[in-house]
Design a protein. Structure first.
Length: 594
């Protein structure tokens, strides 16, 4: 029996060995990252979660039996070695943190073998994502994922420390609960005890955190799992993690300031980046006018310029008629864009068409002159707007979208701005752009049903001066809601809530939720609002997205240990899966063919 584990405990992380440690005895345990057999001497890179170290096995230091074991080592075998840390006999490896040292082994134990790997434990692998997800436990050995997981854990720790320092109380709210409306479909769990009834998994702890304010806790937070059964667009997961908080006796400024502190602490602790506080704030309306979207990437300028007024007297008929009919003419000056070929400009036209715009009007600036299709319509006023107001210079390209539906023009221009930001490499990938967007509209119209739906959620407080509009012109109602946007991605959102039962009923009414339905779905909340509910508000951060930004990962799948596919399935466990008929019978459930 070897003395590893019982007596010889792991002494160092493999990646932690340094030249200053030379002369010490080390006990390392981990995986064989690579094997090199140089005649009688065998070298391995031993890897654990701290990194890799070179270990040397030779007949002079290692006994015969252990030497035989060393000869049989293969990639991903699990081993323990004991030996002396020394300055490398061979050339140092400047690419490795441990590159100046090696461990000359006196004892070796093989804990376990491994089948050949479906892919290498390397920074980059060309395995299909399906293979990586099926063998996620192996994928998680790869350094980029390992770094992401450890950074994620650190981010959670910093959040906890921050909220504790600010007097927040951590809670766990139920997972088996009732529907919480965040605009998605619920995941349902059948009740065996109360047949024919179902729990819903929480889309967020929204109602519970509000109830905890009624209970008097004043400052609540939780790092919690949320579940939303959505058709997974781009980068979503059916279950994801939020940093959720709620506070009593606060206004939007208090909540945003608190959130600023958490963001600053994470970026300082994990990225060594000092976030200038307060994070700037703009209203939804300003965001839409200046950037065309409510999640602007503020790492570059190229703000939209509104030409609607100028267009009214333009010789360019399309502009003139759109402006005359209450539409919007908006655009931007892309610095350096004059270098685009005709084909590239055509591709930009196709791009805006995917957002419903009819096309693009454009003019380039070269040798102090305008060129391109719009050039002959550049009158004095437009020239001033472009050269003077927007700072257009030789080598730049001005692009415009006009549409009778202002929101179509705005969205198309906003998306085009984002697209050009990438195409022209206006974004420094090492920089972070933070902004709050505030004063969101309360409602928007659901395109399919034509009904009003809450833009944030129905518990968001309207601005007090807009209360009268709830019954007369609900689409004009603005709210005390705020989103935090980093690098053009919404990473959090929240609001001051309604604490007045009457106002809550008015909002339900505007949403077409009658008294009976409101009582059935949210009776407990309405009741709580009648027992001394304090003014309160809060916010939730999308933790996965925040970590993805901190890590520089393209997808939140890269920062979630066991993510699901875009088909909402886990390829490793093969969930969701069929269940036994007995299990269904016990629940009183029969399957129907679809
Ligand atoms: N419950 C909200 C959400 O999940 C966040 C909040 O309003 O605090 O988006």
């Amino acid at each position: 029996m070897s003395r590893f584990i019982t007596e010889w405990k792991k002494s160092h992380g493999a990646g932690e060995l340094r030249i200053e440690d030379a002369g010490q005895t080390a006990v390392l345990m981990g995986w064989v990252d690579a094997v090199r057999n140089h005649g009688g001497t065998i070298f391995i890179d031993l890897r654990d979660r701290f990194g890799v170290a070179q270990v040397v096995f030779d007949g002079a230091s290692l006994g015969e039996a252990d030497m035989e074991v060393a000869k049989g080592l293969r990639q991903e075998y699990v081993v323990a070695v004991r030996g002396t840390i020394q300055k490398r006999a061979g050339k140092p490896n400047p690419k490795l943190a441990t590159g100046e040292v090696e461990v000359v082994s006196t004892d070796l134990e093989l804990f376990n073998r491994s089948l050949p790997m479906p892919f290498q434990v390397a920074d980059e692998v060309d395995a299909k994502e399906e293979t990586r997800l099926k063998y996620r436990f192996l994928d998680l050995r790869r350094p980029p994922l390992r770094k992401a997981m450890i950074l994620r854990s650190e981010a959670a720790r910093l959040a906890r420390e921050y909220f504790a320092s600010q007097g927040f109380v951590e809670f766990d709210t139920p997972i088996l609960t009732k529907s919480t409306p965040e605009g998605a479909r619920d995941y349902l769990v059948p009740s065996r005890v109360n047949q024919g009834t179902f729990f819903a998994l929480p889309q967020s702890p929204q109602l519970f955190k509000q109830l905890l304010q009624v209970s008097g806790y004043e400052r609540y937070y939780q790092i919690c799992r949320c579940f939303r059964d959505e058709d997974l667009r781009a980068d979503r997961q059916p279950e994801f993690t939020q940093i959720d908080l709620e506070m009593s006796f606060v206004d939007p400024d208090d909540v945003m300031t608190t959130a600023d502190g958490m963001i600053a602490s994470m970026f300082a602790g994990l990225k060594n980046v000092e976030v200038p506080l307060p994070i700037p704030r703009i209203t939804y309306e300003q965001a839409m006018t200046r950037f065309g979207v409510d999640n602007p990437d503020v790492r570059f300028g190229m703000e939209l310029i509104d030409l609607t007024d100028l267009a009214k007297t333009s010789g360019f008929q399309v502009f003139k008629s759109v402006a005359g009919e209450g539409g919007l003419v908006t655009g931007m000056v892309a610095s350096g864009g004059a270098a685009f070929s005709r084909k590239e400009v055509d591709a930009l036209t196709e791009f805006v068409k995917t957002y419903g715009a009819g096309g693009l009007a454009w003019t380039k600036r070269a040798d102090g002159k305008f060129t391109g299709p719009l050039a002959k319509f550049v009158d004095e006023a437009l020239e001033k707007a472009l050269l003077h107001d927007a700072g257009m210079k030789d080598g730049d390209l001005a692009l415009f979208v006009a549409d009778r539906d202002a929101s179509v023009a705005r969205t198309a221009a906003g998306r085009l701005r984002g697209h050009l930001g990438n195409k022209l490499s206006l974004v420094n990938p090492d920089e972070f752009g933070f902004i709050w967007v505030t004063d969101f509209p309360m409602f928007e119209r659901d395109e399919e049903t034509g009904k009003l739906v809450a833009m944030h959620h129905p518990f968001t407080s309207p601005n007090s001066e807009d209360l009268d509009l709830l019954s007369t012109d609900p689409l004009k109602v603005k709210t005390r809601a705020y989103d935090i946007v980093i690098n053009g991605q919404e990473v959090g959102g929240g609001s001051i809530r309604i604490h007045d039962r009457k106002v809550q009923s008015q909002v339900f009414e505007a949403l077409g939720i009658g008294e009976e339905e409101a009582g059935r779905k949210f009776g407990f909340l309405l009741e709580a609002l009648s027992y001394g509910a304090p003014p309160h508000g809060g916010l939730a951060f999308g933790f996965d997205r925040l970590v993805a930004i901190l890590v520089g990962a393209d997808s939140i799948r890269d920062v979630i240990a066991f993510p699901k596919t875009t088909r909402a399935a886990c390829l490793m466990t093969e969930a969701p899966s069929q269940v036994d008929t007995e299990q269904l019978t016990e629940l009183g459930i029969g399957l129907i063919e679809k």
